[in-house]
Design a binder for this molecule. Structure first.
Ligand SMILES: NC(=O)c1ccc[n+]([C@@H]2O[C@H](COP(=O)([O-])OP(=O)(O)OC[C@H]3O[C@@H](n4cnc5c(N)ncnc54)[C@H](O)[C@@H]3O)[C@@H](O)[C@H]2O)c1
Length: 334
C-alpha cells in the first residue's frame, strides 16, 4: 500500500492506495468523531470498518441522483440520526457518491469532516482527490458545489474487483489525460503505482492552485468537448469515454492551429486506442450544437476556450476561432 500526500498546509491529508488499503480507514477518523455516516449506493457492497458507531445511507445511482434533493435527503437523515458537527461522513462509491456526499458534508452544520473511499478507477485517480464537491442542476452539470477537502482518502484496489468493465475503461480515459499531463509510463506500471502516480500528479497541481485560479485548469485537458458531448444528452458515453474523444479532439485542434505536429495527434490516438477507448465523435453529433455547448464551458469567458498543447506544453487558450473548432469536429465525426 502506497501513501501519497495532498499537501495543503493545515488541510494536508493522506491518500492510501493499494489492495487492502481500507485497513487505514480507522486511522483517518477525526478524534472528535463519535459516529460515522457511511454514504454509498446499492450494488457497491464494499464493506468498511470505521471503528466508530456507524449507519449506512444509500443514495440513488447515476447523474440523476447527483442533485440538491439528494443532498437534502442526506442532511435530513443525518439530523434524524443525530450526526453532530464533530462527527464524520464516509463516502464509499464512485464520483457520484464522493461529489454528492462530499457536498452534503460541506454544508451540513456548515461543514463536517469527510473521508472518501472511492470505488471506481475514475474516482480514485480524479473525483475523490482535490476537494471539489458538488451536484448538478437541470440547467447543467456541477453548477452547485463547494471546495471541501477530505481528512483522508482510501483507494482500495480490492474495491475495483466488482467494477463493470465499461466503468474501468472510463477510468482509463482520465488516466490517458494524466499521460498527456506528463506522468510517464502509466501503461507499463502495475495498477497500484499507476493510480498513485496519477494522484501525485493531481495533488501537485491542486497544492499549487487549490481554487483553480490558474494551473488547476490544465486538469481539464480534453474536457471542453467531453462536457459538451455529455451535456448534449444524445450519446451513450461514460465520462472517461467522452474525455478520451476530447483528448484526441484537443490534439487535432492544436494541429489545425499550428501549435503541434502530426506526431502529437498520432500519439494521442495511440494512447486512447491502446486503452480501448473511442477516438471519434459519435455519428449524429451536430457541430452547431456542440459549439454552442462549448461556449458555455466554465473556463470560457464568452469565446471558445480550450486547454491545448503547444511548444511550451499545455496552456489554456481563449478565443479559439469557431471555424477551426467546427472543421475539427467535422474531421472527427464518423
Ligand atoms: N470532484 C471532482 O473533481 C470530479 C472529477 C471527475 C469526475 N467527477 C464526477 O464523478 C462522476 C463520475 O464518477 P464515476 O465515473 O465514478 O461514476 P459513478 O459514481 O456513477 O459510478 C459508476 C457506476 O459504478 C457503480 N460502482 C461504483 N463502484 C463500484 C464497484 N466497486 N463495484 C461495482 N459497481 C460500482 C456505481 O454505483 C455506478 O453505477 C461525475 O458525476 C463527475 O462529474 C468529479
Amino acid at each position: 500500500v502506497i501513501r501519497v500526500e495532498v499537501p495543503l498546509g493545515p488541510r494536508t491529508y493522506p491518500v492510501w492506495v493499494g489492495a487492502g488499503a481500507r485497513q487505514h480507514l480507522r486511522d483517518l477518523m477525526p478524534r472528535s468523531a463519535g459516529r460515522a455516516a457511511v454514504v454509498t449506493q446499492d450494488g457497491i457492497d464494499f464493506a468498511v470498518n470505521c471503528g466508530l458507531a456507524s449507519e449506512t445511507f444509500v443514495i440513488g445511482s447515476g447523474e440523476k441522483a447527483k442533485t440538491l434533493a439528494t443532498v437534502e435527503d442526506l442532511c435530513r437523515a443525518w439530523a434524524r440520526w443525530g450526526l453532530t458537527r464533530g462527527d464524520v461522513v464516509v463516502a464509499v462509491g464512485g464520483g457520484v457518491v464522493t461529489d454528492t456526499a462530499g457536498f452534503a458534508a460541506a454544508v451540513y452544520h456548515r461543514g463536517v469532516a469527510l473521508v472518501t473511499v472511492p470505488t471506481t478507477l475514475l474516482a480514485q485517480i480524479d473525483a475523490a482527490i482535490g476537494g471539489k464537491t458538488g451536484v448538478n442542476l437541470p440547467e447543467g452539470k456541477n453548477l452547485v458545489g463547494a471546495f471541501w477537502q477530505p481528512a483522508g482518502v482510501v483507494c482500495d484496489l480490492d474495491s475495483l474487483a466488482t467494477l463493470p468493465e465499461r466503468e474501468r475503461r472510463s477510468g482509463l480515459g482520465e488516466m490517458a489525460k494524466y499521460a498527456f499531463l506528463g506522468v510517464p509510463d502509466l501503461d507499463r506500471l502495475p495498477l497500484e503505482e499507476a493510480v498513485a502516480a496519477c494522484i501525485r500528479s493531481k495533488a501537485e497541481v491542486v497544492a499549487g492552485d487549490e481554487r483553480e485560479s490558474g494551473r488547476r485548469a490544465l486538469l481539464n485537458y480534453g474536457h471542453t468537448l467531453a462536457h459538451a458531448l455529455e451535456a448534449d444528452g444524445g450519446f451513450d458515453l461514460r465520462h472517461g469515454e467522452a474525455v478520451a474523444i476530447g483528448l484526441v479532439f484537443a490534439a487535432r485542434l492544436a494541429r489545425r492551429l499550428k501549435r503541434v505536429s502530426d506526431e502529437a495527434v498520432t500519439r494521442h490516438e495511440e494512447v486512447v486506442n491502446a486503452y480501448g477507448l473511442p477516438s471519434r465523435i459519435p455519428t449524429g453529433a451536430e457541430p452547431d450544437r456542440l459549439v454552442a455547448l462549448m461556449r458555455r464551458d466554465k473556463k470560457s469567458t464568452g469565446g471558445l476556450t480550450f486547454v491545448l498543447s503547444g511548444p511550451d506544453g499545455l496552456a489554456v487558450v481563449h478565443d479559439v476561432a469557431e471555424d477551426a473548432v467546427r472543421l475539427t469536429i467535422e474531421e472527427m465525426t464518423q
